[in-house]
Design a protein. Structure first.
Ligand code: SF4
Length: 229
C-alpha cells in the first residue's frame, strides 16, 4: 500500500511512491489493481467508461461492487451506446452515473473538433475529477502506438488525481478471452464493423485490414479526444 497522504492538496508530493506502486502492480490482475486503488482512495475513486465494450464495467464492478462508474455523455453518443450502458447497469448492478456537458446546442463537431471535445468531454471530466482523487480508465497499451507506455498507475498532473489503468497490459486477445470467459455481451455496433466507438459524428466502421481506431476522426489530424493527455 502506498504510504502517502491522499488528500487532494498533497497528491503531487508522492510521485516516487506512485511510480513504485505502478511497478509493483505490473503483474497484478485488473481487479486487484482496482481493489488496491479503492483501498487507498475509497470514495475518492471514480471510473469512467465509454461502454464500447463490457470489460471495464465488469472488471470494476466485480472488484469493488457499487463503485461509481461514469458515462461521459457528450450528447452525440450512439443510441446503441446508451442502450448498452443501461443493459450492463441492469446486468451487473452498476452504480452508473451519467455526466452531461454544460453546453446544450452547439454543433462544434462540424467546424471545430478540438473545441467540441473540449466542451463535451474534457470539461465534464475536469468537473468530475475536481472532486476526486483517483480516476480509473480503460486505456490499454495495445490501443495505439501513443499509448504503448501507459503505466498501471500514474499521477495526472492536469487533473491532480492518481490515474489508474487496470487494463493497461491487456492485449486484444486478452480482452477477447476475458469476454468469452465471463460471457460478456457485445456492443451492438461491433457486429457492424465498429471496433472503437465514440460519438456518431466522429466514428465510422473499419475494415478487417484497418487499424481498429482508424474509424475515429477518420480523415482528420486527430487521434485523441483530450481526456488522456
Ligand atoms: S468525438 Fe466528435 S462529436 Fe464527440 S465531442 Fe469530440 S468532436 Fe464532438
Amino acid at each position: 500500500m502506498l504510504d502517502i497522504d491522499t488528500s487532494k492538496e498533497r497528491l503531487s508530493q508522492s510521485l516516487a511512491q506512485i511510480h513504485q506502486a505502478s511497478k509493483d502492480l505490473e503483474e497484478a490482475s485488473p481487479q486487484d489493481i482496482i481493489r488496491y486503488a479503492h483501498d487507498l482512495l475509497g470514495e475518492g475513486l471514480t471510473v469512467t467508461c465509454s461502454f464500447s465494450d463490457a470489460v471495464l464495467a465488469h472488471v470494476a464492478s466485480s472488484a469493488v461492487p457499487g463503485i461509481e462508474i461514469v458515462l461521459l455523455d457528450t450528447q452525440f453518443l450512439f443510441a446503441e451506446t446508451h442502450w448498452f450502458a443501461l443493459e450492463l447497469r441492469n446486468k451487473f448492478n452498476l452504480n452508473l452515473r451519467v455526466l452531461e456537458p454544460l453546453v446544450q446546442s452547439e454543433n462544434l463537431w462540424q467546424t471545430n473538433l478540438e473545441g467540441c471535445c473540449a466542451a463535451r468531454k474534457v470539461e465534464p471530466l475536469q468537473r468530475l475529477l475536481s472532486e476526486k482523487t483517483g480516476w480509473v480508465t480503460g486505456v490499454r497499451r495495445a490501443d495505439t502506438p501513443s499509448r504503448n507506455t501507459t503505466p498501471v498507475i500514474t499521477y495526472d498532473i492536469v487533473r491532480n488525481v492518481i490515474k489508474v489503468n487496470p487494463l493497461a497490459a491487456m492485449s486484444d486477445d486478452d480482452i477477447s478471452l476475458y469476454e468469452r470467459i465471463h460471457e460478456l455481451p457485445e456492443h451492438p455496433l461491433v457486429d457492424k464493423g465498429y471496433s472503437s466507438i465514440g460519438c456518431w459524428p466522429c466514428t465510422r466502421p473499419v475494415g478487417s485490414d484497418e487499424d481498429k481506431r482508424s474509424g475515429r476522426w477518420a480523415g482528420q489530424d486527430k487521434i485523441e479526444c483530450g481526456l488522456h493527455v
